[in-house]
Ligand binder design. Structure first.
Ligand SMILES: [Zn+2]
Ligand SMILES: [Zn+2]
Ligand SMILES: [Zn+2]
Ligand SMILES: [Zn+2]
Ligand SMILES: [Zn+2]
Ligand SMILES: [Zn+2]
Ligand SMILES: [Zn+2]
Length: 1822
């Protein structure tokens, strides 16, 4: 049967099978399946998923192109079909089963995306390239070790499970499980394997043939396969290269391709990301035309960059649209294939077998070689495929490594010729292969890779620059040199691991490589040599960087090679011979047979090599000599010596050290000033010669070289050689001084050369912390470096790390540091912790330490002298004890006692004594003392039996000379050092005497003389100490003066508040004066019984306090000035900004905030200052384009005193009580009651909304009495006036009014509505900003937890008092226009409050409405009576407070959620409250319960559900009678509830059965809740009325958390108890009822909390929480992981390059990227700027996650701020350069939070940009 069916279907040759799958299966069964069956299918299908379309926008001539590729479609219809063929009908199930069977991968191999975090373990990683992915890291033991974190540049992979990458803990938990599972699988059957092979072959074939840029193959295979008669469509594709800038390409696109700027930018972004983009789709000829045009254009516009493709056109190609589609699909297929291979090792085996087939078109060789022909993404896809397919199994890896090595040379040459970044080239795979030790060793032994790398490098980069057998780089080296340098990194990888076992092959391979290395070093010996310039200066600065770059890149390799050869005698010996051979033939400085001359000093003769450094070429590059020095160090450990190691021809020691000595001489001459005409190039070289990055294979090796010389050459001769080179032979002769007059010697040069010479001797003798020279270890060497560094100053961890050589050895640096230093934790939150040297190690200080720069030397010396002085020791820096020399180097100690040395030492001492001597400088003496000190220390150590320095010195009478010197005034500064030396001498003498049995009384004369000096020196010493003290004190003073000068700005700033507050006259603070005044007032009111103990600022029996007389000094003219009603106008400088810190509750999207530094100026002084600043600003040349024009009126300026950012001024006014003295009422006084007052206001509301008033301009409003009479209260007019306290209109000073208007204008400029519209609402904007600023400050003070009665900062105080007073005062001068403008808002306000029009209390911001009412309404009442009302804490103000207090209470009750009341849990209420509630009268309690049940949303919801549960169907009272009106009009809702509804309500409430419980505990909880919810309102009121009434806060409000409900009510004169408000007799209950019975509340749908009109309540919480910034994770790596796969919203597959988190809202944004550049006000801006515009009203706080950097970003301005993440040393790590684990520092974060909450961001930006003169950052692109 089967056979029959089969035949039947297969028979027709055409594709009649209904699905491809069936077709394939049939063919497979028949054995006829071929890869073409698949590739044809891919080709045909892929076209279906690639679309393009032109969108002609407004401009039809410039259509924009949108190309889309439907990945999901292709996945479903092509890839899934293929999967079904391979795995059977249900591929997903098969894969799941595979997963269950156990993940058979034992290595992770996860390929990193760009920006993904990686972790390396500093304890276990074999080298720093060994990394883990997040998942593995979190499951591995390394998370408890010392680790580093960094972000991947993309392309590497996780090394988890690679046994060669880790010393221990090779597997994470997951991959350990993988290891335990069998590698075979029962699921993958042979049939599957077979089908895999077929499918894989097809995939590889397809991808290989389609992905090339110059896609000949793809064009061919598309021939004759055109679509159904349609016209063929082609694409012009533009490719990425590194030689064109973004702007160049954008320009080309807009000009030639006529793209719009925006599209061009998108295309460029795509090219940068993916490596190419389609720019046009059209006919073949059209596309080709564009191609030509672009190519032509680009050539001409290019700058001459030195890249291989420089002066080349942009790369463009024209492709058939089907080819483009195939390519897109091929990319997708490769990515999918890569993921598929990860799923099982059997898949990888098949894959590996396939690509190892050398004859296949897709063999490894082909993949390696055609890499360069691909564009970026295509390359990455292949790289990932190779990593996933070949690196997970060792055998495959080895196979790949072998192939890779075989083709290394050609692949690298491709890379050098190419212009893509290294990470986008297949050569970057080397790090995966060469860092595996066993593979590296195998490749060296069997593939000759070491030699191959060097040979390739030599050939590709070096050969062309060789002239006369030496490298000479041209001024501009071409780019291929730089690219070739990547080979040197590979070299480093290959050699990273010393072999444990040497095989013959390995030796051979290694030595072969060394030969190539020496060949290179040979041409480097003497490269870039220079000759001393005499006469003219150098014409041009010679090139020097190139040679140093070469050195830096090669240095590690050299060090590694030396380490390798130290492990094997055979290799060492062979290599040593090789070096010697090269040295013998290299003739730089030393000819084959050098010329020699005899020189004589102190009776010793030496044959010196003739080479004049001052006139012949010398070079700083001597790698061959240094390599020799490196190798020589290891000879000793194998019993080899200079004499027995080489048999054949060899250089003598003199010849070997000659080049080094010449270089040292040159350096000395440069220091002496003899090479001044050679320019900076030489100075740069000398600088690099000793910096930490280079010195290891430069300076350090040179000194070793000279030490080798000292060990091999006879001491006296050795010194003569050096003297001769330094041209000091004559100087060393005893009769030198006599001849001096006859000779013309440049003294300065000479003195300096002597100094340099002596210092060199000190270094040669003393620098022994090198294994091989002395008995020390590598650790000792690092320790010495650290000790010397810490002698300069205390270092922070990062500073120390930077100052030390990169550690190639694996001892964690911290261990070494901890041995020598103590870590001092930071004292302040923003300081770093530092390391301090352990006390006992200060004796190791060596002031001539060879790694010190001149500055470091003098600084450390100063520190040490001071330290010793403080301890009462001799003030000098004697030499330290030295470690023991190794056997090969013991002759160095002999240098100290040889005749020539003794002659030199005594000569200098003699000349120091001889005051007439010209060839002496103080430094010489110090150096000679140092050498003597070494001699003494060395002898004392007893290491060298031959050494008897003391004995020698006696012959030269050294002690008596020293003694004489100790009395010399000429060298007074060194007296302590001399004394120290004499003391040492004596110690040795005693030692000697003891040794000799103490019989001989040696040199009594000398003894005596020294004794003589003792008392003298003690006196002298005291004197000297005094002088020294004086000197240091003077120094300190000078330093402090300088510091003060520098920090003047800061100083002023930090003390500004102190200065300013000091100006407030203290006299008025005296409490007695206030009391008196209080008395006076009470006298005025007849009744003497004023409650003095009242603390209230409002209400009946309020307190009166005389306001402080404020006087200031104008900060501009320094005149004293007092604030008064009619004095000169004074202003604060102020800063007005948009703000969204508090969520806006108004109809506007943001509010306006005002701040001030509180500095006071005359307004005229300010105007003059401002005009000056403005014209200065205009004269300043504008740097770059200003993307956002600022309105001219709001030009920013700085406060002239504290440089605080400002943009306006706020006029100051006198205390309000100066305008209107408040009346005090007493208990029992007859008062105009609150309910009548409400009636008046209601009536006023009616009047205001009367349309009849429209036309009447003269009498805009009826006078107050007519309003009262209309309210039927005319009789009480006098009483009403007593509570309202109208005053006669006061004329405010014109300049005050003018500047207040100026201020209001600034506020309007920042207001959310346009400037013209806001003019009408000018006053409202003043009040709005006042309200917002009070609220913002309330929240801020709440956040910092500052009690009310504590010194408020001058900034806050002046800002609030200025704003509040101005807001209250400005209303008294209402013009007719003002009144007209205010009419409408006032009517709306009153209607909302009293008539249930508009929103209910739930949506009110009570404080906001209260202030509006207080400022606006009273003046409207009296506007036509020519009277005015100044808010002063009158009873009317008090009524307003009470009114909104009640409103807020209603809101609290309505919104109360009794959270646990019914779960049977105990209510969390204080006993105290319980008690208080129990004492309430039953009636009040009932009232409360009734009110609560009636209005509280939660209770109503509950009874509603219980009613439903009981099955009672009853009319839903929540459903309101819906009318058209209610549905449409939200704000002006119908007034009274209809009778129907009322009835329903009644019925509903009356039904006891559904009553929610309201027992005592509920009431107690409710009461507690009310108290809590009242906080914000009360706090705002306290602040507000404090500044209106000037009544001081009582003591109750002076401690933290004292702002309780009771205390604040007390201050505001309010009753606290609920009985007052819920007494049905009282007036308050009815007010509560008015607010609560708003239809929005009554008809609220309690289940959904929607209003009757169906809209959501915009609930304004009674007390808002302090706005916070986003919660950041404790561990920074969590944060970086969380954004690692954020995808740019504008491109489907690309990760964000700079994910940036808005800390205000938590959104992550694709910042600073061409892909995300939205338009804002007609200009493209960065995504962060755009986000900030909406999220933070133009300013936000951002965290750039990958850089670990905080940005404050405003419009077109910004600054970087230290991030809140710190490492364990208390340091931040911007840019993750160090990679230490980072933790969140809450203190730092809260600092950022407070800057934001306190509206301080703009100021911070201004401050940081003021201090730094950095290159302007393009903030708007952020
Ligand atoms: Zn991993
Ligand atoms: Zn793992
Ligand atoms: Zn570890
Ligand atoms: Zn002034
Ligand atoms: Zn200021
Ligand atoms: Zn983006
Ligand atoms: Zn945001």
């Amino acid at each position: 049967m089967e056979r029959f069916v089969l035949e039947d279907v297969v028979a027709p040759p055409t594709h009649t099978a209904d699905t491809p799958l069936k077709d394939w299966r049939l063919k497979y069964q028949a054995g006829t399946i071929q890869k073409n069956d698949f590739t044809d299918f891919f080709q045909k299908q892929s076209r279906k998923y690639f679309h393009y379309q032109y969108e002609a926008e407004q401009d039809a001539t410039r259509p924009s192109l949108k190309c889309t590729y439907n990945e999901a479609g292709a996945k479903e219809h092509i890839i899934n079909v293929l999967m079904e063929f391979v795995l059977g009908d249900n591929p997903k199930i098969v894969l799941d089963k595979l997963q269950q069977e156990g993940n058979t991968a034992t290595v992770c191999g996860k390929v990193f995306k760009n920006g993904e975090p990686t972790y390396s373990c500093r304890e276990c990683g074999m080298d720093p390239t060994c990394v883990l992915c997040v998942n593995c890291f979190k499951q591995s033991a390394h998370r408890y070790h010392k680790y580093k974190m960094s972000t991947s540049g993309g392309g590497g992979c996780c090394d988890c499970g690679d046994e060669e990458a880790w010393k221990k803990d090779h597997y994470c938990e997951e991959h350990l499980r993988g290891k335990e599972n069998p590698a075979s699988s029962t699921i993958i059957t042979d049939a599957i394997k077979e089908r895999c092979e077929v499918a894989f072959t097809a995939i590889l074939t397809f991808c290989v043939s389609f992905l090339e840029i110059e896609s000949n193959a793809s064009l061919e295979c598309l021939d004759g396969d055109s679509d159904d008669g349609q016209e063929e469509c082609f694409c012009t594709v533009l490719y990425n290269d590194e030689s064109h800038t973004f702007d160049q390409v954008i320009q080309t696109l807009t000009k030639i391709a006529k793209c719009r700027q925006k599209d061009a930018m998108e295309i460029v972004a795509a090219i940068d990301r993916e490596g190419r983009a389609v720019v046009k789709c059209d006919t073949f000829s059209e596309c080709c035309q564009l191609q030509e045009a672009i190519e032509k254009q680009a050539v001409t516009t290019l700058s001459a960059l030195h890249t291989p493709r420089a002066n080349q056109s942009l790369r463009v190609s024209v492709l058939n649209i089907r080819a483009v589609a195939c390519q897109q699909f091929a990319l997708q297929l490769l990515s999918w294939f890569q993921e598929f291979l990860i799923k099982h090792c059997i898949f990888r085996q098949i894959f590996a077998r396939l690509i190892m087939d050398r004859k296949a078109p897709y063999c490894i060789r082909h993949i390696l070689e055609y890499d360069v022909k691909l564009w970026k993404t295509a390359r990455s896809c292949w790289h990932r495929l190779l990593i996933s397919g070949m690196l997970m199994e060792y055998d495959n890896k080895m196979a790949l490594a072998q192939e890779f090595s075989k083709h290394y040379a050609s692949v690298v040459q491709d890379f050098i010729r190419d212009d893509h970044e290294h990470s986008f080239s297949i050569v970057s795979l080397s790090v995966q292969l060469f860092t595996v030790p066993s593979i590296a060793h195998y490749l060296i032994a069997n593939e000759g890779i070491f030699h191959k790398l060097l040979h390739t490098f030599y050939h590709a980069a070096v050969e062309t620059y060789i002239k006369n057998k030496t490298l000479q780089f041209a001024k501009n080296v071409n780019v291929s040199f730089k690219r070739a340098a990547y080979i040197l990194y590979d070299l480093r990888y290959i050699l990273s691991f010393k072999p444990d076992v040497w095989t013959d092959e390995l030796r051979e391979g290694f030595l072969e490589g060394c030969k190539a290395l020496l060949k290179l070093l040979n041409v480097m010996q003497g490269m870039e040599s220079t000759t001393r310039q005499t006469g003219q200066h150098m014409d041009y600065e010679p090139e020097w960087e190139c040679a140093f770059n070469l050195h830096i890149k090669l240095a590690t390799t050299i060090t590694l090679v030396l380490e390798w050869c130290a492990t094997d005698a055979v290799v060492l010996n062979k290599l040593y011979q090789m070096v010697m051979r090269y040295l013998s033939t290299n003739v730089f400085i030393v000819d084959r047979v050098p010329k020699r001359e005899e020189r004589q000093v102190a009776g010793h003769v030496a044959e010196c090599i003739v080479y004049d450094v001052a006139s012949r070429p010398v070079s700083i590059h001597l790698p061959l000599s240094r390599f020799f020095a490196g190798i020589y160090l290891h000879l000793g450990s194998f019993g080899l010596t200079f004499d027995n190691a080489v048999t054949g021809h060899k250089r003598s020691p003199e010849e070997i050290i000659e080049p080094i000595l010449c270089t040292q001489t040159m350096i000395a001459q440069v220091h002496a000033g003899m090479w001044r005409r050679n320019g900076y190039s030489l100075l740069h070289q000398l600088y690099f010669y000793r910096i930490v990055r280079c010195r290891g294979e430069m300076l350090d090796r040179d000194i070793i070289g000279l030490q080798i010389g000292a060990a091999l050459i006879e001491s006296n001769q050795y010194l003569i050689h050096i003297l001769n080179k330094y041209n000091l032979i004559k100087w060393a002769q005893p009769d030198y001084e006599k001849d001096l007059t006859a000779q013309a010697v440049d003294e300065e040069y000479l003195l300096s050369m002597i100094e340099e010479f002596l210092e060199l001797l000190i270094v040669i003798i003393g620098e022994r912390y090198v294994p091989g020279v002395a008995d020390v270890t590598e650790d000792d060497r690092i320790k010495k470096d650290i000790i010397q560094l810490l002698c300069i100053k205390a270092f922070s961890h990062s500073e120390l790390n930077r100052a030390l050589p990169e550690n190639i050895n694996d001892t964690p640096l911290e261990d070494v540091i901890d041995q020598v230093a103590v870590f001092k934790k930071p004292q302040k939150s923003d300081a770093k912790g530092v390391y301090q040297l352990k006390e006992e190690l200060y004796d190791d200080y060596n002031m001539y330490f060879y790694h010190y720069t001149k500055e470091e030397k003098s600084k450390s010396e100063e520190t040490q002298r001071l330290r010793r002085k403080n301890k009462g020791e001799l003030v000098c820096c004697p030499p330290p004890k030295l470690p023991k020399l190794t056997e090969g180097f013991v002759s160095i100690a002999n240098l100290l006692q040889c005749d020539v040395m003794m002659t030199i030492l005594t000569t200098v001492l003699d000349r120091a004594i001889d005051v007439s001597s010209n060839s002496f400088a103080e430094n010489h003496l110090q150096e000679v003392l140092y050498l003597i000190g070494y001699g003494l220390q060395e002898e004392q150590s007893g290491y060298y039996p031959f050494l008897s320095f003391h004995e020698q010195a006696r012959k030269y009478n050294m002690l008596s000379k020293l003694d004489e010197l100790s009395r010399s005034a000429r060298v007074e500064a060194h007296r302590d050092f001399i004394l120290w030396t004499i003391k040492k001498f004596k110690e040795l003498q005693v030692q000697d005497e003891e040794a000799a049995g103490g019989s001989e009384g040696t040199m009594p004369a000398e003894d005596e003389s020294v004794e003589d000096t003792r008392p003298l020196t003690a006196a002298e010493q005291e004197k000297q100490e005094k002088e020294e003290r004086a000197r240091l004190a003077a120094q300190r003073r000078a330093k402090i003066m300088a510091q003060m000068q520098n920090a003047q700005n800061n100083f002023m700033k930090s003390n500004a508040e102190m200065f300013a507050s000091a100006n407030v006259q203290p006299s008025s603070r005296d409490p007695s004066t206030a009391m008196e005044w209080q008395e006076d007032v009470s006298m005025l009111h007849e009744e003497g019984a004023v409650a003095y103990n009242s603390v209230a600022c409002l209400g009946v029996e309020r307190r009166l306090q005389q306001p402080e007389e404020q006087s200031f000094k104008c900060i501009l003219c320094f005149e004293d000035c007092t604030v008064s009603k009619d004095g000169p106008t004074l202003v604060y400088s102020a800063f007005v900004q948009k703000s969204k810190v508090l969520k806006p509750e108004t109809k506007y999207e943001y509010s306006v905030h005002t701040s001030s530094c509180g500095h006071v100026m005359h307004v005229d002084c300010w105007q003059e200052y401002y005009n000056n600043e403005e014209s200065k600003e205009q004269r300043r040349p504008h740097r770059g384009r200003q993307p956002f024009q600022q309105t001219p009126q709001s030009t920013e300026f700085q406060c002239p005193y504290c440089r605080c950012l400002s943009n306006s001024v706020l006029p100051i006014c006198a205390p309000l009580s100066k305008y209107s003295m408040p009346l005090v009422f007493h208990k029992g006084d007859e008062l105009f009651p609150i309910d009548m007052w409400i009636e008046v206001l209601k009536t006023l509301g009616d009047e205001l909304s009367m349309p009849a008033l429209e036309g009447n301009i003269d009498r805009v409003l009826p006078p107050a009495h007519s309003i009262l009479s209309r309210a039927n209260l005319y009789a009480n007019i006098a009483q009403f006036e007593r509570i309202a306290q109208p005053i006669d209109k006061v004329e405010l000073p014109t300049s005050w009014t003018n500047y207040l208007q100026h201020y209001i204008k600034s506020v309007r400029q920042h207001s959310p509505i346009d400037f013209e519209t806001s003019e009408k609402e000018g006053l409202l904007w003043l009040w709005n900003t006042c309200i917002y600023t009070v609220q913002a400050l309330e929240v801020y003070l709440r956040a910092v937890g500052k009690p009310f009665k504590s010194e408020m900062s001058i900034r806050h105080k002046s800002c609030l008092s200025g704003l509040i007073r101005a807001s209250c005062l400005y209303g008294i001068n209402l013009t007719c226009t003002d009144v007209k403008n205010l009419k409408e808002p006032a009517a709306e306000l009153l209607d909302t409050i009293f008539k249930q029009k508009g929103n209910s209390v739930v949506e009110w911001n009570c404080f906001n409405m209260m202030v509006q009412m207080i400022c606006m309404v009273p003046n409207l009442i009296f506007s036509s009576s020519q009277k005015a009302v100044v808010a002063n804490g009158s009873i009317m103000d008090f009524y307003a407070v009470q009114l909104f207090f009640l409103a807020n209470m209603v809101k609290a009750i309505v919104l109360f959620e009794p959270s646990t009341s019914h779960s049977g849990m105990e209510m969390d209420v204080d006993e105290e409250y319980d008690q208080e509630v129990k004492q309430l009268p039953q009636k009040v309690r009932d009232n409360i319960a009734k009110f609560y049940r009636k209005y509280n949303f939660a209770t109503r919801r509950q009874s509603c559900t219980s009613a439903q549960q009981l099955g009672r169907s009853r009319p839903q009272p929540q459903t309101p009678p819906k009318t058209e009106e209610t549905a449409t009009q939200e704000t002006q809702s119908t007034a009274e509830p209809t009778a129907d509804a009322e009835a329903l309500m009644g019925e509903y409430i009356a039904d006891d059965e559904f009553k929610a419980p309201c027992d005592l505990s509920t009431i107690a909880a409710l009461y507690d809740h009310i108290k809590m919810e009242m906080r914000e309102f009360l706090r705002c009121c306290c602040l507000f009325f404090h500044f209106i009434t000037e009544v001081e806060f009582p003591d109750e409000l002076s401690y933290t958390a004292s702002d309780t409900y009771e205390n604040m009510c007390k201050y505001l004169g309010l009753q606290t108890g609920l009985e007052t408000y819920f007494d049905s007799e009282g007036c308050y209950a009815s007010i509560l009822e008015i607010f609560a019975s708003h239809p929005d509340i009554v008809y609220c749908d309690v289940a959904t909390k929607k209003k009757r009109c169906g809209r959501e309540f915009a609930v304004v919480p009674c007390t808002r929480a302090v706005p916070r910034l986003v919660d950041l994770p404790e561990d920074f790596s969590d944060l970086i992981n969380s954004v690692s796969d954020f995808i740019c919203p504008n491109s489907e597959r690309e990760e964000m390059k700079t994910p940036t988190m808005c800390l205000v809202c938590g959104k992550t944004i694709c910042a600073q990227s061409f892909c995300c550049q939205p338009e804002l006000d007609g200009r493209t801006v960065g995504a962060c700027t755009y986000h900030a515009h909406f999220c933070g009203a133009e300013i936000c706080v951002f965290l750039r996650v990958r850089d670990c950097q905080i940005v404050y970003l405003g419009r077109n301005k910004g600054c970087f701020v230290y991030p809140p993440y710190l490492d364990e040393y208390g340091e931040t790590d911007q840019g993750l350069r160090r990679g230490n684990p980072l933790r969140l520092c809450p203190t730092r974060y809260s600092k950022i939070h407070l800057s934001w909450l306190g509206h301080g961001l703009y100021e911070e930006i201004a401050r940081l940009n003021d201090n730094t003169s950095v290159v302007a950052t393009q903030w708007h692109h952020m």
